[in-house]
Design a protein around this ligand. Structure first.
Ligand code: NI
Length: 137
């Protein structure tokens, strides 16, 4: 059976600070630059959720995009939007909220709610030019 990938775009704004508390402030600034600012800064995150699977013979869908849209809204947008990731999102209490780590948190949250027959890939843009992908490996 052919496999098709369905993509859904989403968006959230969030603040963060990149910081390793085992390092000196100087080293944090050297590695993370302006992202180490103690007063936090924001990003407009663009997200693409990609779901790959066989087409359901009855619906013609890989996944019902209405269901995917609602899942992303509840699990990701409502959870992250207008939040301070370091302070308000439990996953980042001890995990640096880089785009890489955010993509893994997003993947883990969606994976729990989706049919295991479907493959899931996350593409997360932190800026228009900087983005990461994660597909669970
Ligand atoms: Ni940043």
């Amino acid at each position: 059976m052919p496999k098709v990938t369905t993509h859904r775009k989403a968006h959230f704004n969030a603040a963060h600070r990149l910081y390793n508390n085992k390092w000196t402030d100087a080293k944090n600034v050297a590695v993370f630059g302006k992202c180490a600012n103690p007063n936090y800064h924001g990003h407009n995150y663009d997200l693409i959720v990609s779901v790959t699977g066989e087409i359901n013979a009855e619906t013609g869908f890989v996944i019902d995009i209405k269901i995917l849209k609602e899942l992303i809204k509840i699990e990701i947008e409502d959870y992250f939007d207008h939040k301070n990731l370091n302070k308000e999102i439990p996953e980042f209490k001890t995990l640096n909220p880089t785009a890489e780590n955010i993509s893994i948190v997003i993947w883990n949250k969606l994976r729990l709610k989706m049919n295991t027959k479907l493959d899931l890939k996350i593409t997360l843009y932190e800026t228009a030019r900087n983005f990461v992908t994660y597909s669970g490996k």
